[in-house]
Structure formats: C-alpha cells, structure tokens
Design a binder for this molecule. Structure first.
Ligand SMILES: [Cu+2]
Length: 180
C-alpha cells in the first residue's frame, strides 16, 4: 500500500467517523433532555480550565516573551531602500557590516515581487514581499560576511528569473583597542 492510498483510506475513515458523530448529535438534538446538571458540570470544568490557564499559562507566556527578538533590535539600524521593478532590483546601498542590524524598506514600482536574500550556500536568510504602494520593513542582522544574492520570490513576468542583485556583507572592523 502506498503512502497516498493509506492517507486516502485514513481520511475516508476519519470523515465517516465525523459524519457518524454529526448524525448522532442531530438525532439527540430532537430529544427532550434536562440539561441543567450537565450544564453545571461543564461550567465547573470550564472554571477549572480558566484557573489553570491563568496560574500556569500566564507566567509561561511572560517568561517566553523575555527573548522577544524585536525588543532588542537597534533603535537606529542601517536602512536600505529596495524597490522592485520588472525586472530588476534597485537598492540605494549594497554594502552592510556583519553583526550590525539592517532594516530594508521594501516596495515595488509596478507589480508584486518577493525580496529574498540568500547566503553563499544558497540558504534563504530573510524575505519579505515587495508591493506597489506599500513599504514593508524587513529587519535582519547578517551573522556571516560574504556575497549575498537577492532574488525575486514571486513570479512577476517574463524575466522574473533574471531579477537578481548582490549584497556585500563585510566583516566587522576588528577592535584593536585604539578607540578614543
Ligand atoms: Cu519579481
């Protein structure tokens, strides 16, 4: 049996089970019942769930927020304006320093494009959509120096594949202890 036919079989079984539940609920809905005792129990269970959520869920949520990456982002990152055209990218700056935060302001002059930044190994490190009439902000800190490729991630016409640009990420200047 192939994975596809197994998935089909399991789906049919699940749908049949769901249909049976629906039919049973529909039949029961027409019978007269006294719901008061059931309702009381359900409300008590709900109250316990809510208590657990507040006592356990809230501290966990607050604890997880301590590593919110956006709060730690520099107030004044280097800004690069990127505009997508059919079919090229226009960047007002193509050189950034590794380890320093960069904020791309991305828009389009014609149709929708997708700005995708790839490292030298061809791994997508950051991306956002380039839309006409709207500016998307993309924050990224490049960990490694190198030549990064910017490709279009959204099919935008005949030469979509040729829509590339290069971004040069330079190594941070070594701190020789001679500042000041
Ligand atoms: Cu494009």
């Amino acid at each position: 049996m192939t994975v596809q036919s197994l998935a089909t079989l399991l789906t049919i079984i699940a749908v049949a089970a769901l249909a049976a539940v629906f039919l049973r609920v529909r039949r029961l809905a027409h019978e007269g019942h006294d719901y008061a005792p059931v309702q009381g129990r359900a409300y008590r269970i709900r109250a316990v769930f809510f208590g657990v959520l507040v006592v356990i869920g809230l501290p966990i949520s607050i604890w997880l927020f301590r590593e919110n990456p956006y709060g730690a982002f520099a107030a004044t990152p280097q800004v690069i304006n990127a505009v997508g055209y059919q079919w090229y990218w226009e960047l007002d700056e193509t050189e950034v320093t590794a380890g320093e935060p960069v904020e791309f302001h991305v828009t389009s002059a014609d149709v929708n494009h997708g700005l995708g930044i790839y490292d030298e190994a061809g791994v997508l490190v950051a991306q956002t959509q380039a839309m006409p009439g709207y500016t998307n902000r993309l924050r990224h800190t490049f960990a490694e120096p190198g030549t990064y490729q910017i490709l279009c991630l959204e099919y935008c016409g005949l030469a979509h594949h040729a829509m590339t640009a290069e971004l040069h990420v330079t190594a941070p200047i070594a701190d020789g202890g001679d500042d000041g």
